[in-house]
Design a protein around this ligand. Structure first.
Ligand SMILES: Cc1ncc(COP(=O)(O)O)c(C=O)c1O
Length: 474
């Protein structure tokens, strides 16, 4: 007799996706700049470590915030005992203002409509519980964040139906793709309760256009369903076109509590894991205009509250307007520089990316390096990159991309030197195994011909039986 529940043992968690398997491989042999220079470089983790110096220097100047003190006096007891699931009012106010500031103060957020959660993971799951019954569906544009299979489906029993987006228009959502996904859900007898988008997108590293957002709002208006906008990367939009929140679109369309009922069906998810680079602090939020959603989500937030000392510290940090202003602009600047470095390094290896303007990663096109236009070939290439080049990147298939050969490559969770080494390894790999000619120091993006495919097959064979390679840092 199995002693575990079916929920605990079913596969919807997605732990065996290559996205998570890559992390496991990294854990077995993690790169270290001094102690393990031959190890696997982690490029599959969307962490933002570029502005820690700013936060650390603020902490050094404001010791009360992390020392559980107010005006030098200990408030240990107050924080230790605080347990109101509505959250600390000062923190919610500061978070709501920070969310507005990131959006150029074009929209404001009412702290009374904000529900705190232990990260966007918890916020997304809570919203699913509030908005859908088990067996009902949400439509999600592909490619999407691999964690959604766990966060949206696993415990709630909600189904995901993909909105198929392709490289033909830079993976933008089209009206046709939306309608087709809706019909696909109906064919599968699934009642559609909403659409969930990530803006800026993980894994694309792009912001949604006004057109796309307007089309989505019209679609959910027409169908009478919800729209969830996961805006966890809103503060990472480092380049033009600038980020537009779905809340700004509602304002432009003059949807408000007195107007159309779509106002109550649009919900935003946010977190400090990416913009401030604090995934360890577990701070997320749901913003909804619907009081009933706010009330239900607040009750459910008991399962994933944000600790009071974290709220206290961040209330002080985010209330410091000088800090937030400087942080937001410096974060943009550093992310822009990093992304540029990755894009130009890849270019030198003959690899191009989707043109990005946000996020902590690039959506990288390696279709020309595949042995065939299949997901088997994508996995083959991914394994070579993980085991031989020793870079953990995420295959597009783990993000439900419908075209083989795309990979998500992160750039903000390592030092510049480590990124240089990663790019050096990749360039050496491409040169060695694909014999791609260099012109003016840059590899040309060319498609594999038969003889190259043959030499690749030979190399795959060699990989299994003779694990040697000329990759730098080894
Ligand atoms: C789109 C998206 N939503 C949610 C999450 C989960 O974030 P958190 O650490 O706040 O739970 C992530 C993390 O990578 C993400 O990329």
């Amino acid at each position: 007799m199995c002693m575990l529940s079916t929920k605990a043992t079913c596969n919807s968690h997605g732990q065996d996706s290559s996205y998570f398997l890559g992390w496991q491989e990294y854990e077995k042999n993690p790169f270290h700049e001094v102690n393990n220079t031959n190890g696997i470089i982690q490029m599959g983790l969307a962490e933002n470590q570029l502005c820690f110096d700013i936060l650390k220097s603020w902490l050094a100047k404001n010791p009360d915030a992390a020392g559980f003190k107010r005006n030098g006096e200990s408030i240990f007891g107050e924080l230790a005992l605080f347990q109101d699931y509505h959250g600390i009012p000062e923190f919610k106010k500061a978070l709501a203002e920070f969310m507005s500031e990131i959006r150029g103060n074009k929209v404001s957020f009412d702290p009374n409509h904000l529900v705190l959660a232990a990260g966007a993971t918890s916020a997304n799951e809570t919203l699913m519980f509030c908005l859908a019954e088990p067996g009902e569906a949400f439509l999600l544009p592909t490619p999407y964040y691999p964690g959604f299979d766990r966060d949206l489906k696993w415990r709630t029993g909600v189904e995901i139906v993909p909105i198929q987006c392709t490289s033909s228009n830079g993976f933008q959502i089209t009206e046709t793709a939306l309608q087709e996904a809706y019909q696909e859900a109906q064919k599968r007898n699934l009642r559609v309760k909403g659409v969930l988008v990530t803006n800026p997108s993980n894994p694309l590293g792009t912001t949604m256009t006004r057109n796309e957002l307007n089309m989505l709002v019209s679609f959910v208006e027409d169908k009478g369903i919800h729209l969830v906008s996961d805006e966890i990367y809103s503060g990472t939009a480092f380049s033009t076109p600038s980020f537009v929140s779905v809340m700004e679109i509602l304002k432009e369309r003059e949807c408000d509590e007195n107007g159309s009922d779509v106002w109550n069906r649009v919900h935003v998810v946010y977190s400090l894991s990416k913009d401030l680079g604090l995934p360890g602090f577990r701070v997320g939020a749901i913003y909804s205009n619907d009081d009933r959603v706010v009330s239900a989500a607040t009750k459910m937030s008991s399962f994933g509250l944000v600790s009071s000392q974290t709220q206290y510290l961040l209330a002080a940090m985010l209330s410091d307007k000088k800090l937030t202003k400087n942080y937001i602009s410096e974060n943009h600047k550093r992310l822009r520089q990093r992304q540029k470095k990755l894009v130009s390094g890849l270019q030198k290896a003959g690899i191009s990316c989707l043109k990005g303007n946000a996020g902590l990663f690039c959506w990288v096109d390696m279709r020309h390096l595949l042995r065939s236009n299949t997901f088997e070939a994508e996995m083959e290439l991914w394994k070579k990159i993980v085991y031989e080049v020793r870079l953990n990147i995420s295959p597009g298939s783990s993000c439900h991309c419908t075209e083989p050969g795309w990979f998500r490559v992160c750039f903000a969770n390592m030092s510049e030197d480590t990124l240089d080494l990663a790019l050096q390894r990749l360039k050496a790999f491409v040169t060695e195994y694909y014999n791609i000619p260099e012109v003016n120091g840059h590899h040309q993006t060319i498609h594999l011909n038969h003889s190259r495919r043959r030499s690749l097959t030979k190399w795959v064979f060699r990989l299994s039986f003779d694990d040697r390679s000329p990759i730098p840092g080894r």
